[in-house]
Write a protein that binds this ligand. Sequence first.
Ligand code: FE2
Length: 240
Amino acid sequence: MIAVILYERPFKLELLGRSILKDGEEWPFTVRKSSELKEVLMEPHLMGPDSTAYYMFRGIHQHENLRYDITLIESRFYGDEYSKTLGHYHPPSPVSGVQFPEVYQVLRGKASFVLQRRRKDETVDCIFIEANERDSFIVPPGYGHVTYNTGNSPLVLANVVANFDSSYDEFLANHGGAFFCTKFGYKQNAYYIIKKQERLAPRQINKRYGLILGDLLEMFHSMPEKFDFLEHPEKLPVFP
Ligand SMILES: [Fe+2]
């Protein structure tokens, strides 16, 4: 097996098959199986044989209450729907009551993200983001999110986030996110009423919140204070 070098600096990070090696040591991981996704699939009857859907490598680098994780999502289909994560919301910060945001970067492969935020009247606003290798962007406060691997190779995705417990309830109760990403485009999930939907490029959503994001590992390692807004969402430069 040939190792793919993801980073030489600030430490060596390699992908070897489905393992991540930090300075030559295999990093521990947890997995989610496709059977655990059955509830949230557009076509659960087309799930196919149970297998590992994605691998989660947590806390590869940490600074105080923030951590850098990697997720590897297999390339496959569930019926017409692309391979995906279960979907979750973040809790509010106990200090400000604003939900914790998150930043993502595609390291290898191609991804689509469905972001959704519930309004007081129970309708939902959605943002679709398509991201290629090196793209990094913010998932703003209040937005639940599902990641899709829309490429034909494993998607290797990094994120920086504060330590908290995510909530999966809304995605499980509504049989998935507000839209499903399929080989025929985005299909609405009938369990939701959509108020607004828009497609934004990674840099457009960053700009909306007053951010310019470069390489996440490089930034987080050398200037962790730049990510203070992840733990203190009220410090985001712009609240549109
Ligand atoms: Fe998240």
